[in-house]
Design a protein around this ligand. Structure first.
Ligand SMILES: [Zn+2]
Length: 236
C-alpha cells in the first residue's frame, strides 16, 4: 500500500485508557526474553495472565493465538473488530476467535493502542511497499514460518505454516486515515510499556518480535521484549 505522509498526528490520539497491572514480576511463573527480531511460541492456560513488555520502546510484536484444544479455532480480527465496534485494541478489548468465542481479554495496558488491521510484514509486502532489494530482509511471516517448521512445540501439537493467519500487532500504531487508508505511524509505545491479557481458553501463542527495518513501527531498530506469565490465582 502507499505510505502516506500526514500532517495532523493529533488525530491519532489514544483510544483506550491506560491501566497498570497489580501483578509483580516476582510472582510470575515464567519470564523470558525474546531477542530482537526473533520468534517465540508457548502455551498460556485458561485463567493465566500473559504480559508482553516492550523493553526498549517502539517495538512491534506480531502475535497469533490458537485454541490449544482445537487448533482450527484461532484469533480473528474480523470477529474482534465487528463485535467490539472498534478498530484498535486496548484496555478491555476482547480478542475473539474464528468461532466467535472470546479467547482473551486485555486486562492491563500502559501503551494505549494496538493494531489488528495491518497484518504481518512479509518479504512480498517489503518488496511492494519499499523496494525490490528489501525482499531478502527478515520479516514476521518468515519468523512465523521458521517457528512453525523448527520449534518442537509446533511439531508436537501439529501446527505448520498453513496455520499462519491474521495477527495482532501489539504496540503498533496504524491509524486509519479519513479516506480509509492505513498509515504506519510513529510508535506510541515506550521503554517498559506493556500489555497484559487474561486467557479465556487454553492458548497457543505465536509471536514474531518484528525484525522490520523499513517503517517506524520499530523505530527502524528492532529491540528485545520480555514475556511473563502468572497463574490464575494471582489476579482477582
Ligand atoms: Zn513485522
Amino acid at each position: 500500500m502507499e505510505i502516506k505522509s500526514i500532517t495532523s498526528p493529533a488525530s491519532f490520539k489514544l483510544s483506550a485508557p491506560l491501566k497498570e497491572s497489580p501483578l509483580t514480576e516476582a510472582t510470575a511463573i515464567n519470564s523470558e526474553i525474546c531477542a530482537a527480531g526473533e520468534p517465540w511460541m508457548g502455551r498460556v492456560a485458561k485463567g493465566q495472565t500473559f504480559r508482553i513488555v516492550d523493553l526498549e520502546g517502539n517495538q512491534a510484536v506480531d502475535t497469533l493465538f490458537f485454541n490449544a484444544n482445537n487448533l482450527e479455532e484461532r484469533y480473528s480480527p474480523a470477529h474482534t473488530v465487528q463485535k467490539s465496534g472498534q478498530l484498535y485494541l486496548g484496555l478491555g478489548s476482547k480478542l475473539y476467535s474464528s468461532n466467535a468465542q472470546v479467547m482473551a481479554t486485555i486486562s492491563a495496558d500502559t501503551c494505549g493502542r494496538h493494531d489488528t488491521l495491518g497484518g504481518a510484514c512479509a518479504s512480498e509486502s517489503n518488496t511492494v511497499r519499499y523496494a525490490m532489494e528489501k525482499r531478502p530482509m527478515h520479516s514476521c511471516r518468515d519468523n512465523f514460518m521458521t517457528a512453525l517448521t523448527t520449534f518442537p512445540l509446533a511439531e508436537e501439537i501439529g501446527l505448520d505454516v498453513r496455520d499462519i493467519g491474521a495477527n495482532i500487532n501489539f504496540f503498533m500504531n496504524v491509524p486509519v486515515l479519513p479516506d480509509g487508508e492505513l498509515y504506519f505511524a510513529d510508535g506510541i509505545s515506550g521503554a517498559g510499556k506493556y500489555v497484559e491479557i487474561v486467557a479465556e481458553m487454553d492458548l497457543i501463542v505465536l509471536i514474531s518480535n518484528c525484525p522490520q527495518l523499513n517503517n517506524p513501527c520499530n523505530g527502524y531498530n528492532p529491540t528485545p521484549i520480555k514475556l511473563l506469565t502468572w497463574e490464575a490465582t494471582n489476579h482477582a
